[in-house]
Design a protein around this ligand. Structure first.
Ligand code: SF4
Ligand code: SF4
Length: 424
């Protein structure tokens, strides 16, 4: 439930006036934790994505499919919202099966209609949340409050998402995990016998057999599984976890609760189905970190360190100072030489910034063509400038220079360029 609250409130949470997360693919505008990422920052963005994939891989190796059961929005909305509503309207799995088989009566018609209307409305709400992460919450609010035809593109997107979610939650359901989700298909590669999974303790449970009054199960060769089938009945994927870890299992742990309930009911210890590794059950070994996990952790650590370094070095303004193509140096009176430059600046913040430029690497004077250099919020600015040097200060035909970019007396970044001049 906490995850749903976080997901729904995410678009409303702002850092420095920017959303906590926005992935506007159409306008190529990406915001993570209030930081605007431009196409120029794509390498950082890509590294964050790679680190995310490594993290999920590592997490899966150690903790199995915990991500599927507890973080994946599809499972969370399905199990915590849609299935609960279905339960309230149509009853438990037995009632639902009976209702599906029953002839169409007024009661069945009302139940089915109410369920599908609620599912469709909720799908619309989820689509609004998803769209808020793409185009921003203010545009979604505008779409909902304004005439839909004034925002035709967004309205069509909203309807497409709504119908897609409705179809997934009402019909397709967990099949998405086994047929469409690429992560689900990776499980066979990522899991090993040390990964934590929802597992049936076959050492303790077998031979399974129905509970009989006054019978000492151990004496008749029976294990603790009373073959009540509750774990199978409650499983949303319709699998029998007693047959071993299966691709379809999303680690939702519903079967654990069902089995614990039965164990408690018949006075046997809980945990016949539990979170454990194959090694933990077959060899009674405690959980341990494998070399594979340590290796992945190292890769993840390096990636995170590299991303942190790039983020720390990332500047609010990105500047390029390049000599104007096709123009060489100009000789000026008083033994001076000038070069003409094209200057481009990108403002990655949501506030306009007035900058001034200064030569930092030695003598010389930088003269802007024009007065002030103001970069609009989340915008770009372009100007030209002359750098003028005294011939007596020039030691090489091509001199490397550093130009400091300042705002409010604070240096935002330093860029390098070159200055050409004739050697006397
Ligand atoms: S086997 Fe258990 S954990 Fe896996 S999907 Fe079914 S109920 Fe959920
Ligand atoms: S719920 Fe537990 S006891 Fe019942 S069949 Fe499943 S594993 Fe056996």
């Amino acid at each position: 439930m906490l995850f749903i609250v976080l997901m729904v409130s995410g678009p409303f949470i702002k850092i420095d006036g920017e959303p906590i997360l926005m992935m506007n693919i159409v306008e190529r505008r990406f915001i993570i934790f209030g930081q605007i990422f431009w196409p120029q920052d794509f390498h950082i963005f890509l590294l964050i994505m790679i680190a995310g994939v490594v993290f999920i891989g590592l997490f899966t190796m150690v903790y199995g499919r915990v991500f599927c059961g507890w973080v994946c929005p599809q499972t969370i909305f399905m199990e915590s919202v849609f299935r609960k509503i279905e339960y309230w309207i149509e009853g438990d799995w037995k009632d639902r099966k009976a209702l599906d088989r029953a002839p169409l009566t007024a009661s069945k018609f009302i139940k089915k209609t109410v369920k599908h209307v609620v599912f469709f409305l909720l799908s619309g709400l989820i689509s609004c949340v998803l769209l808020s992460y793409i185009i921003g919450v203010h545009k979604v609010v505008l779409l909902v409050t304004d005439h839909p035809l004034n925002h035709l593109g967004t309205t069509i997107s909203l309807l497409v998402f709504t119908f897609a979610f409705y179809w997934v939650y009402a019909k397709f359901r967990e099949q998405i995990c086994t047929t469409i989700c690429p992560y689900g298909r990776l499980q066979g590669v990522l899991l090993d016998k040390n990964s934590l999974v929802v597992a049936y303790d076959y050492v303790r449970g077998e031979n399974r057999g129905l509970l009989k009054a006054h019978e000492v199960r151990a004496d008749v060769g029976k294990g603790d599984c009373i073959d009540c089938n509750q774990c199978v009945n409650v499983c949303p994927m319709g699998i029998d976890i007693r047959n071993g870890t299966q691709l379809e299992c999303t680690n939702c742990t519903v079967c654990i609760d069902a089995c614990d309930y039965m164990m408690e009911h018949v006075g046997l210890p809980k945990g016949l189905i539990r979170l454990d590794s194959e090694a933990g059950i077959s060899e009674n070994k405690p959980f341990r970190f494998t070399w594979r996990v340590i290796g992945y952790t190292g890769v993840l650590g390096v990636l995170l360190a590299f991303i942190t370094m790039l983020l720390v070095m990332r500047t609010d303004v990105e500047t390029s100072v390049l000599r104007t193509p096709g123009i060489t140096y100009q000789l000026l009176p008083d033994n001076k030489v000038s070069n003409l430059y094209n200057i481009k600046l990108i403002n990655k913040t949501n506030k306009k910034i007035q900058v001034h430029l200064k030569i930092e690497s030695g003598p010389g004077e930088l003269k802007l063509i024009g007065k002030e250099l103001i970069i609009p919020a989340e915008g770009t600015a372009q100007t030209s400038a002359f750098i003028i040097m005294d011939q007596t200060d020039i030691k090489k035909a091509k001199t490397k220079m550093n130009i400091g970019v300042y705002a409010d007396g604070e240096e935002l970044e330093s860029v390098s360029t070159s200055f050409i001049a004739p050697l006397n």
